[in-house]
Design a protein around this ligand. Sequence first.
Ligand code: HXC
Length: 257
Amino acid sequence: MAYETLIVETRDNVGLITLNRPQALNALNSTVLKELQQAFADFHANEAIGAIVLTGSERAFAAGADIKEMQPLQFADMYKAEFISGWDEIAKARKPVIAAVSGFALGGGCELAMMCDFIIASETAKFGQPEITLGVIPGMGGSQRLTRVVGKSKAMDMVLTGRMMDAAEAERAGLVSRVVAPERLLDEALAAAAKIASLSQPSVLMAKEAVNRALETTLEEGLRFERRLFHSLFATEDQKEGMAAFIEKRKPAFKHR
Ligand code: HXC
């Protein structure tokens, strides 16, 4: 399919999606959302794909939801259309998604990066929730996901003042998992995704589910959930193969990659 706002490619077993609206710093409009839903659905349907990398340009991952598209909207329009709900599909992706962020990740851009499983940032990355400066608040999860990740004090600081956080601060705060030089960003993210895609997919999907459950439930329930998933993986051939390969000092040949 031909995309207007994305570049969609595959690199071996990795799906690569590049936001491509340079004239608007990759602002997220309804076309971007529709096309992202399509690209995600295609990669999920494609058995060969084991992980996805989502990136933007060097200048901007995404500078937010499209302010020009939103400005004239009325409450009733937003409510009737359940504006924003389409992004839930992206957040609920089953296959692992890595955000590779360079430049601005603001408002919906920061929120989109946080919907991914982890964020690898370039030294130039800048994160922020500037919605308050527009007379609104975050709407795609910024007040919820950011708070869970960086804690109340820093989340309040970001959401109430709208200030930006650089890559070093984002790493200290736990918002990003690694910071790399700008020219290394895509290779680093693709290598991480390729590693994930080389592993047994049932264990990868369960690992993602288990970590996500930690944000949704009590410790006791979370531990029970993890243990059940752990037990269930012993019903897979890949558990036998992975452990046998370790003992025999060879590389595992996973069946369910
Ligand atoms: C629409 C945008 C945009 C946005 C940038 N542009 N951000 N268009 N929506 N979110 C457009 C500009 O209008 C401009 O177009 C072009 O991109 C380049 O931007 P400049 O402002 O000229 O660049 P610069 O001076 O380098 O400043 C970069 C910037 C600034 C600091 C990132 O663009 C900025 O503050 N952008 C808005 C950030 C923001 O408030 N985001 C939150 C949005 S609300 P022209 O045509 O003039 O050249 C949101 C809510 C999410 O995200 C939840 C609900 C869905």
